[in-house]
Design a protein around this ligand. Structure first.
Ligand code: NAD
Ligand code: A1AZK
Length: 393
């Protein structure tokens, strides 16, 4: 909730400074021309959002699009629409004019589909799965409509042998068990230097056993249930497929014994993973991490980049130069050094490859909803003189 409020405040400030940045001059090589830039709202935008962090993911789009001067149609996930409807009620309360923010609930193809194909929607901003992203891009292409896509990920966390093990273990846990792993940027592939792998895994299991899995309303809860029965079954299938492909479930993998009902899954750690396995390649979107060992820095980078996704990546090491090299070598839109997941509204957010394109947050988030117009003026009294003037009457 706090992150959503901070995001609105941040873009309210950017909206004010946007007015000051209008008419910024372009320097031209000819004195008889002057040129400046207008940044204009792109128009009516369709905002399609997922069920994880339902209010925050909507806010990352609603706040900058309204700050840019657009009108918006928000289509929240059918699994988590209520907080977005509350946002609508708040907008009425604070006097947002009717029609500026419109919220349509419903299923994806029926309520979301028309936003991609309708000629009066000028842009679609989407967060969700790669498969839906492809469908939206295909529909929007028929109208040559711009899209920005924040899709899934299979982000790596690389841990070298020069670290404080317990500190690194805690970041590894936060990277995959926070929000029950239902985070697009979750670091779901853990790469451990072989020298510390055994010790690291022992400590990871010890820390994982210590996580309080419970109803999130209980004090001290650090792992709640996943969003739906469908997601619960999907995660269990990922775990059973990993097992049948020859991986080891080092810890977890089942419903916690003390929770008889609800879609709870233990924090799950999977080892003996090969790069051809489903658990290495596909996004689980649950509290499930797979682990591989590496010997050299270049092997670590190769494993980290061995994915069609490119949202985030993280490295933990006390060697600053190594961290710099790795941050350049990772094919992702976000790199965390000595941590995983902390997110700031000021910094750009988004991915490469099949994790999508375009950036949310920061000034880039505002640019998503602006179009750039050049205004160029001829300011000489001389005629242009390209054509031969006809003889005077
Ligand atoms: N990268 C992320 O931030 C992120 C977020 C949520 C989910 N996911 C991934 O997506 C999977 C499914 O989650 P989900 O159901 O929220 O994602 P999804 O892609 O199915 O749905 C996201 C949004 O798109 C809408 N939608 C679905 N089909 C559409 C269509 N044809 N046209 C227009 N809109 C359409 C949905 O109603 C929802 O509002 C997860 O298991 C996870 O792998 C990724
Ligand atoms: N730390 C935060 N708030 N992360 C949000 C990640 C959104 C993607 O699913």
């Amino acid at each position: 909730m706090e992150d959503a409020a901070v995001c609105f405040e941040y873009y309210a400030d950017l909206a004010e400074s946007l007015d000051e940045k209008q008419r910024s001059p372009i320097s031209l090589p000819m004195e008889n021309f002057k040129s400046h830039i207008l940044k204009e709202p792109i128009g009516v935008v369709g905002l399609i959002t997922p069920w994880n962090y339902p209010l925050l993911m909507a806010t990352w789009k609603v706040a900058p699009s309204l700050a840019a001067g657009c009108t918006a149609v928000l289509k929240p996930s059918e699994l988590a629409s209520l907080t977005c409807l509350e946002l609508g009620a708040i907008c009425i309360e604070v006097g947002l004019p009717p029609g500026v923010l419109n919220i349509i609930t419903g299923l994806g193809p029926e309520a979301g589909g028309p936003l991609s194909s309708h000629p009066h929607v000028d842009k679609v901003a989407f967060t969700g799965s790669t498969e839906t992203g492809k469908r939206i891009m295909t529909a929007a292409a028929q109208m040559v409509k711009p899209v920005s896509l924040e899709l899934g990920g299979k982000s790596p966390l690389i841990v070298f042998d020069d670290v404080d093990i317990d500190k690194a273990v805690e970041w590894a846990m936060f990277g995959i068990f926070a929000n029950a792993g239902q985070v697009c940027s979750a670091t779901s592939r853990l790469l451990l230097h072989e020298k510390i792998a055994k010790q690291f895994l022992d400590r990871l299991v010890a820390w994982a056993k210590n996580i309080k899995v419970s109803d999130p309303l209980e004090e001290g809860c650090r792992l709640g249930s996943v969003v739906s029965e469908g997601q619960y079954e999907k995660i269990k299938k990922f775990i059973s497929t990993a097992r049948s492909e020859g991986a080891t479930i080092l810890y977890g993998g089942a419903r916690p014994q003390h929770l008889g009902r609800g879609f709870f899954i233990e924090p799950t750690i999977i080892t003996d993973v090969s790069t051809s396995m489903q658990i290495w390649r596909e996004e689980v979107f649950g509290p499930v991490v797979c682990v591989k060992e590496f010997r050299t820095e270049s092997e670590a980078v190769e494993l980290a980049n061995d994915t069609h996704y490119g949202l985030a990546g993280a490295v933990i090491s006390n060697d600053e130069e190594r961290c710099e090299r790795i941050s350049k070598a990772l094919h992702s839109g976000i790199v965390w050094i000595n941590c995983s997941q902390p997110t700031f509204v000021q910094a750009p957010w988004g991915g490469n490859k099949r994790s999508g394109f375009g950036r949310e947050l920061g000034q880039w988030g505002l640019d998503n909803y602006l179009t750039v117009k050049q205004v160029t003026k001829y300011c000489s009294d001389e005629p242009w003189g390209w054509y031969q003037p006809p003889s005077k009457l």
